[in-house]
Structures are given as C-alpha cells and as structure tokens.
Design a protein around this ligand. Structure first.
Ligand code: HSE
Length: 597
C-alpha cells in the first residue's frame, strides 16, 4: 500500500495502541458481541487504546453474496460490492453498542470518515489510502475506534470490498499505518497449526512462524493478501482465541512449535445474583468452556423458577460445594462477605468481588488471607465500575502517584446531572434506584460513604497508605439545591461530587469527598449520569485520564468478568492444562477449526 506521507506522530503519542480484529468465526450470534466487547475492554484496562476491526456476523457475507447473485447475476462488481459490504457495517454498529453498554468510550467510524480508500477490482480490491490524522483524532477521543473491515471507499466505484477474508487485510493496514504495537486476529482457534487439528490429533500449534510458512500453514485461516501485506509492511501478526493469553505470532525468523496447552475449566461459586451478578452470570454462561458454575446463592431461589441460566440455592454449602477454584462475591454488606471471602482466600480459593464496602473496611485482613492461601484477590469493579481506576494507579506504581481525583459515584453524579436539569432530588434518586445504580441504603451514595470507600481503596493502591473511609471528610448531596445548580449554570459551571487524595509533604496523604462546581471545560464536567472519570497525576506531573461507567449491571459485570478471565489465564499459564487439544472457545458446537474468518 502506498504511504500517504501523513505523520504518525499523533497516534504514536496517543497511547499504546492495539489493533484487534474479530472475525466472523467468533461473531457467531448477537451474544458474541458482549464477549468481543469484554475482550476489547481487557486491552483497554491494561492501558492500551484499541482500533477494533470487525467482520460480519458468521454467515452473513455468504448470504449477501447469494442475494447479489439472485437479484443481480451478471451485474457490475461495483453494484455487488455495495451489497456485500453491508454485513461489516452492521457488525461495527453492533460492536459499538456492546462497548457503549459496558461504558467504554467507543467511536464507530465508516470508511469515508477516515479517508479509507481501496483501488482495483471493487470485489477484490487493495487498500491504498488512510487519512492517519483523521484516524488519530478519533483515537484521541475514544478508547475503542471501531471500523468495519473488508470494505473501503473507492475513487471510481464509490465502494469496494477486499475479497473473502478481507478483514484481516484491513487490520494489517491499520496496524501498519497507525504504528500500532500489535495486531491481534481473534479467531475460533488458538493459533496456527501444522495440520488441521480436527483431523490430525498430533498437529502442533506454532508459537511463531514466518510469513512464507504462514502462507502454507494457514490454509485460509488468515487471508493470503493480509499475510503478504504484513510481510511487506513489517507488521507482526498475532492469531489468538477470544480471551486467550497465548497466540501464534507471525514474524520473521525460525518457526517454533509450542508445547501443547489447554485451559482447565474452573469451578465457580457465584454468591448473589442481583443486577450485577445477573450480568456476570450471562458472561459465565457464554464461556462454559472455561467456567463450570455451581448453584448460584440467592435469598429466594423459588423466585428464580423461570431463570434457566443456572440452578439457584439459598444454601451456602450447595453454592460452595465441590471445592470451587473461584468465588465471585456479589452479596453486598461488609463484615459477613468479608469473613466469607477471607475464609475462601485462606483456603486457596481465588476471589473476585465488586464489594467496595467490604474491601475498604477489611483491606488488610483480605490481603493477608490471600497471601497465606496463595490465592488471588481481585476487586477492579469495586472502584469505578467499568472505569479502570485501580488498574491505572497500579500501572503507574513504577513512576509513583502524587494525586488522584475523580467522579466515583454514579448515583451522586446521576442525581447532580438531573438536579442541573431542574428535576427534584427524590425523583432523581428514585430513577437511579430503578436503574440499579443506587446502593441499598441510599445514604451511602447521597452522603459520600460509597465514594469514600472507593477512595480509601484507591489510596491503598496508589500510595500504599491506610486511610479508613470514616476518616475521609465528606459533603452530602442533601446540601445541594436546584437553585444552587441553576446559579452555577449561570456561571458556566456544573456541580460534581469529586473524591480526591493527594500526597502532602512528609509522605502522608490527605483526602476528601467534595461537592463543588466545576467549569464546563473541566474534564469532570462531561461525566454524565452514571459515568465516572478520574485524573491520576504521576510523580512527574503527568496526568492520566480514566473513563467509564461507574455503576449499573453491564459495566460492573464487565469489570468482574475481566478479573475472572485474568485469573483463568493465570491458572492456564501456571500449567493448569488438562487438555492437549486446541481450545474451542465458543459455546457453539465445534466447527471445522481451520476455516475462514
Ligand atoms: N452506588 C454505586 C454508584 C454503585 O452509584 O456508583 C457502584 O459502585
């Protein structure tokens, strides 16, 4: 592809950048978009920006080629290209919805918005232009930029497609032009094999192989044109399954066949199935290849008779039967769940929770138990919901953090947004409760206790200092009236609850949960409704922004599930393999493994 001479600098400066490509082999049904969104979120929470290239839903492009044949046999390639490209547009829009639902800042872009051009046969075209500066603007404003693969604008024909499997080519070109650190092609197999593993059980999985070997071995798994383009552009390809740590890498150098690996199914005890727990249950059901679910602990199993997703029990012993590997605590409260989690951790059971009250109050006890039991204790969702605040301060540990502040309570933010629109306090609170954002005891949100719990955890993570929530000064929402909001609006300001902590000379940390007007230009002013935002200042004075939705079923469940998947991956790396066969990641029946994306 021709270089267009545009500077790559804006993109290089933006962040670590990753191109992810989801093929039709993994986008098998509408539920798969939630899993693809979860996979994208995993990269974002690890500090990468993502360009997400999508294929059409499985089988849809075949259907469109058939339609083109039925309605327009013998018609021009450009007329047929206009039809067969539509699956990718629909898929990109679905991916945008799935990401927005979990609170990721996502932007869906059509080819013409980023000057993506192809030339040659409109049904088998080659990409020839991409406006990198326009792409950089999109990347600047979003954590995930979603692009329909396989299709581009065409100077003469108007629209073109890139040949079967062309989404791989789109991904390679975006990686080459954006200077992305990696391009990962997500398939329904965990890499490239020496032979079709469905037919030959002795087929080996390559850890790495060069482009020429990939052309021979891929057998349509990766588009040939994409492999050639990757070689020409010096792009290293990763071929991986959804949610997997391992990948086959295609790059110059000798081929290496890896040791056979597999992933052990982990037994999960899910305690609590309210709004968030129910979202977690949906994820777990989609990954039955990785997780086996015990009966789910709920107060009233008799009220779950119509819910076919799991069996339900009110008996703790049943929920914890069979020695679970992983306990997911979604019960609420502080002391009881903390005692239960501590026992589990001490017994070597990994624990994931979103329970900020329990984590804030029993931080040392829980971490000590995890250390003693050799278990992992994860609670990303406890702070910021789907906004990766804990991950961000942990990532900055080598540099050090000097201050952190943020909008950390979705309910308070929701109420303040509504008060600013003239709504009554009680109506706004009732709406937040209806939407599942608010705590069981609304004073936790209204009086700043929930934000203080989250801040107390962040202070531990950022500064390694114990500052219990009750020692953090808090202002109550009940002090804020619609008149105060209106007066602030006249000055071009908006009220926000802001939890902040900062190092003071001598090494101590000060903290508060404030409610104050901020200018509309302030980054927190744009946080609407249940959105959370944080600004983390590192010890070099650089400010790192974090975005996401801080409350609600889907964002919170996404963060819980991301923790679960981290634990799953780590146990696979620990040699927890019991299977020598390649992992088939979909809950669908196994299909031939080496198939086109
Ligand atoms: N009540 C909390 C909030 C739920 O509104 O942010 C998420 O922690």
């Amino acid at each position: 592809m021709k270089p267009d001479g545009d500077s790559l600098e804006p993109l290089r400066k933006a962040a670590r950048l990753c191109v992810l490509k989801f093929g039709g082999s993994v986008l098998t049904n509408l539920s798969a978009y939630a899993e693809a969104a979860a996979e994208t979120y995993r990269h974002i929470r690890s500090g990468e920006k993502t360009i997400v290239i999508v294929s059409a839903l499985h089988g849809e492009t075949d259907g469109l080629y058939d339609e083109a044949e039925k309605v327009g046999a013998g018609c021009s390639p450009e007329a047929r290209a206009r039809l067969v490209r539509l699956g990718e547009f629909r898929s990109a829009a679905l991916m945008g919805l799935a990401l927005e639902r979990i609170g990721v800042r996502a932007a869906v872009v059509d080819p013409h918005e980023i000057g993506l051009y192809a030339e040659g046969d409109p049904l088998d075209a080659d990409l020839c232009g991409l406006d990198v500066n326009r792409l950089a603007e999109k990347v600047e404003q979003a954590d995930a930029v979603i692009v329909p693969g396989f299709t581009a604008s065409h100077a003469e024909a108007g629209a073109a497609v890139l040949g079967r499997g062309g989404t791989d080519l789109t991904a390679v070109v975006f990686a080459a032009k954006s200077g992305a650190q990696r391009v990962r092609l997500i398939k329904d197999v965990d890499g490239v094999y020496t032979d079709d593993p469905a037919k030959n059980p002795n087929a080996g999985r390559y850890d790495r192989l060069d482009y020429a070997a990939a052309l021979k071995a891929s057998n349509g798994l990766i588009q040939d044109k994409a492999i050639r383009a990757a070689e020409a552009e010096g792009v290293i390809l990763e071929v991986a399954a959804m949610g997997a740590a391992e990948a086959t890498r295609v790059l110059p150098g000798p081929a290496v066949i890896g040791a056979a690996r597999g992933r052990r199914r982990q037994r999960v005890a899910l305690l609590g199935c309210g709004s968030v727990g129910s979202g977690v249950l949906d994820h777990v059901r989609q990954r039955r290849d990785l997780f086996a679910l015990n009966p789910v602990l709920v107060r009233h199993p008799e009220m779950r008779a119509g819910d076919r997703r799991a069996s339900f029990t009110s008996q703790g012993a049943e929920a914890l039967a069979g020695g679970p590997d992983l306990l997911v605590e979604m019960m609420g409260g502080a002391d009881d769940p903390a005692a239960l989690m501590a026992d589990a951790l001490e017994a070597g059971v990994h624990v994931v929770t979103a329970n900020k009250a329990a984590v804030a109050k029993h931080f040392d006890k829980l971490h000590d138990a995890a250390r003693r039991g050799g278990a992992r204790f994860e609670y990303s969702a406890a702070v910021g919901g789907g906004a990766p605040m804990i991950e961000t301060v942990r990532r900055l540990q080598p540099v050090g953090v000097s201050a952190v502040e943020g909008v950390m309570n979705g309910t308070a933010n929701f109420i303040l947004s509504r008060l600013g629109e003239g709504e009554a306090f009680e109506d706004a609170l009732a709406e937040a409760q209806r939407l599942g954002f608010a705590e069981a005891d609304p004073s936790a949100d209204v009086d700043g206790h929930d934000a203080a719990d989250k801040l107390s955890i962040l202070i531990r993570e950022a500064f390694g200092v114990a500052l219990p929530p009750e020692r953090i000064a808090k202002r109550s929402l009940s002090e804020i009236t619609p008149d105060m909001c209106a007066a602030a609006a006249e000055e071009g300001k908006v009220y926000k609850q802001i939890a902040r902590a900062w190092r003071v000379p001598g090494g101590a940390v000060d903290a508060e949960v404030a409610i104050e007007p901020v200018a509309l230009s302030h980054p927190f002013a744009g946080a609407r409704n249940e959105q959370n935002r944080a600004l983390v200042t590192d010890s070099h004075g650089r400010v790192h922004a974090v975005y996401g939705k801080g409350a609600g079923r889907w964002p919170t469940a996404a963060a819980v599930f991301a923790d679960m998947m981290d634990i799953q991956r780590a146990s696979a790396c620990d040699g927890g393999s019991v299977s020598a066969s390649p992992v088939h990641t979909s809950a669908e029946p196994a299909r031939p493994r080496l198939q086109r994306a």
